[in-house]
Write a protein that binds this ligand. Structure first.
Ligand SMILES: [Fe+2]
Ligand SMILES: [Fe+2]
Length: 197
């Protein structure tokens, strides 16, 4: 396994033990369920990788398990994008960057979508800007990875089931390897600001 993939898998196994929002699943269970649904839907390796890593931004801050309860938007989609952009292709990182926008988009265009959101998604929605306005909807649709982000969002929304069996991290690591950008020879060692080796 490539070093940075092994490092990410280890990070998820460790930090993923935190509770996922208000749910009876951990961050890791949520990630594995998201990836499983992406795989079952016939998703590409990039979509499956994005589904596995979409909330890694929650694992790389120290704002607690559920900052939304304290009225904070942790901007985890941007943290995750910044954390992964040097190591994965845009077809992985762009849907991750857009997965919160996809929720705001679906709230604006699908009347029933909001009613199906979990309580913590409703709570964070308010902090994230609420349903998109018509100009925001148009801008979202113009994003090259908008539809992939919507597919990721559907997997994300379904992935909050207590005790649902899933494949393990090793199973999904193979997809990460397919989408990984190989570091150039002599590239930097990990640092606090550039942590993935
Ligand atoms: Fe998220
Ligand atoms: Fe999520």
């Amino acid at each position: 396994m490539v070093g940075s993939i092994a490092w990410l898998v280890s990070l998820m196994a460790d930090k993923g033990q935190r509770r996922y929002g208000l749910h009876d699943v951990t961050q890791l269970q949520h990630a594995l369920q998201s990836a499983m649904f992406a795989e079952r839907s016939g998703g590409t390796p990039a979509l499956i990788t994005a589904a596995l890593l979409h909330d890694i931004g929650h694992m790389v801050h120290d704002l607690g398990d559920n900052p939304a309860e304290a009225g904070l938007d942790d901007q985890h989609e941007m943290r995750g994008h910044a954390f992964l952009a040097r190591h994965f292709r845009p077809d992985v990182t762009e849907p991750i960057r857009l997965h919160v926008a996809a929720k705001r988009y679906l709230c604006a265009i699908e009347p029933d979508y909001f009613t199906l959101l979990s309580p913590d998604s409703v709570l964070s929605l308010g902090l994230q800007g609420g349903p998109m306005s018509p100009p925001e909807v148009a801008a979202f649709r113009a994003e090259p990875y908008a539809q992939t982000a919507v597919r990721l969002r559907r997997c994300d929304d379904a992935a909050k089931v207590k005790d649902l069996p899933t494949p393990d991290l090793a199973h999904f690591a193979a997809y990460l390897a397919q989408c990984h950008i190989q570091p150039e020879a002599g590239s930097q060692k990990p640092t606090r600001h550039n942590p993935v080796p």
